[in-house]
Design a protein around this ligand. Sequence first.
Ligand code: MN
Length: 367
Amino acid sequence: MGIERVEVYSVTLRYFEPFRIAPGSSEKSRNIVVRIVTDYGVEGWGEASPSKRVTGETVETVLEVLSRIAPRLIGMCPLRVEQNVEMMDRVVEGNPAAKAAIDTALHDILGKTAGKPLFMLLGGFRTQVLTDFTLSIKTPREMAADAVKAVEKGFRALKVKVGVNPSEDVERIRMVREAVGEGVEIRVDANEGWSPDQAVEVLNRVEKFRIRFVEQPVPAHDVKGLARVRRDSPIPVMADESVHSPSDALRLIREEAVDMINIKLAKSGGILKARKISDVAEAAGVSCMVGCMSESEIGIAAGAHLAAGVRNIEFADLDCDLLHADKLVKKGGVTVSGSMRLFPKGSGLGLEELDAEILGKPLAVYK
Ligand code: MN
């Protein structure tokens, strides 16, 4: 039982409208999709959604890293995930989005070989996952209107993107809360956009709007600043850009800089290491979220299976596929009903049919 072939595709997915967060705006996302084929008739899919700002990766670096890793996977047992991940780390340091594509495809194969949905093999703690819906940065009034639309669609949690201008950010949060009323959970994400002083000021001013947590209020490298915000903020602090690995998690916990951690497969290098981050966090009483970069339904399915499987992953921000006008997965995958991500009956990630036109021909085939 071995890996016979690795195919690498490039896909471009347009957003319905430009998506803006504190560091910048994007109109489309370019991702790399991987298909691993075994010699016993099972195949697995994975995806890399590289972020230059967060991990230094681009489509080009992902392709280059895969060209070094993929040939070494041929003939390997796909079920020995930890062995394969160790091989990837020996070949190249870092590059977690590229590695996440391979790790995800291996987990898809694991589930299909066992004949079970992946989340059952990852612990099976939940059978569905509540996701928030993300509000792209606009004027406070426009964001309040977007919030109402999302709640009308059934979303019970909203993530308000901020981090541009402290007093306008307070308005964004106030107007969204006033527009949706008390029954909706509001989370805030500043994407490194504030200084520690600004963060403490804004968070104290918005406390009365009942915010569940604030993500990455200050720059990723400023662990002392994060600890200071956590100490002086009435709202729990979640690290995102600051945590890529289990050792990052351990360091921030030691520095008393976090209440929660946002795990993303594109930062951790896939599901195996994401679980290790969650385990470190759990030991310290720190709960986790699974978030997304700009993945299609493939990466979102992987994140959702992980979030369902693991008890300590109490939150999910798995909505970026819903923001894309282009849909790579035509059948199967993780669906959405209101705020809930629901799993198909199929095994592994549960993907059934991909859009051949969006997928296109492979850029590279390793065998
Ligand atoms: Mn974030």
